[in-house]
Design a protein around this ligand. Sequence first.
Ligand code: DGL
Length: 259
Amino acid sequence: MSKELPIGFMDSGLGGLSVLREAIRIMPAEDFIYFGDSLHAPYGTKEQSVIRDLTFAVVENLMKQGIKGLAVACNTATSAAVRLLRGMYPDLPIVGIEPAVKPAVVSSHGGRILVMATPMTIAQEKYHLLLEQYRDQADIVSVPCGGLMEFVEQGRFDGEQLDTYFRENLLPYMTDDTETIVLGCTHYPFLRPHLMEFLGDRPIRLIDGSLGTSMELKRRLKVKGLLREENRTGIVTIQNSSGSQAMIDRSYELLAMPF
Ligand code: DGL
């Protein structure tokens, strides 16, 4: 496999860009191809077999274009398909993102940890096994957030409807001792500024797995001798199954958003 090939990123839509921006920051010399499957979004409310087939199709497309590594920048697709993808492409370094439960528990002071994620991520066995490891160490509560990713897909990062969503879907899970919210879907980091505003002066930390996932990708590429470290600025190509130029434009805007 050639070091000069780009790294492939995939998500059900625009969310994985929150992972890609970290990857670009720590691997500036790399080229990237990002594929957002907005035509078939959301994944998080679909059946496991459907999510798998959609994920396989996107990855096959990226493989045809030629990639030297893959980030499944979607918690939902990771939990449904990453193990099978590793079996299908044994030579390809593959990382998948999962809700950052471990970092939340490690840095916890005993308060409640909320995990916001898609209903499908929460329903998967992979997530249950993850929770099982930490159940004795922390009060971890899952918050299914069906419908939340659509705000990001539609470019709505604040406003009354988002407040209403948080009031109806997040607030009922919050206790006085809630200390951390895990953003367990790659779309949610783009809602972070408004969520922080909504939380006001409650001392709650928001964490996500985008940096950890990017660091793991970098490590795997390095181990295989595939990491580009020369002095160059890589090229980022964004593709979207919706065929809409507006989605591509929004993608580049999200990538440039301060974080
Ligand atoms: N961005 C995806 C994730 O991290 C899911 C959004 C969806 O398609 O429902 O889970």
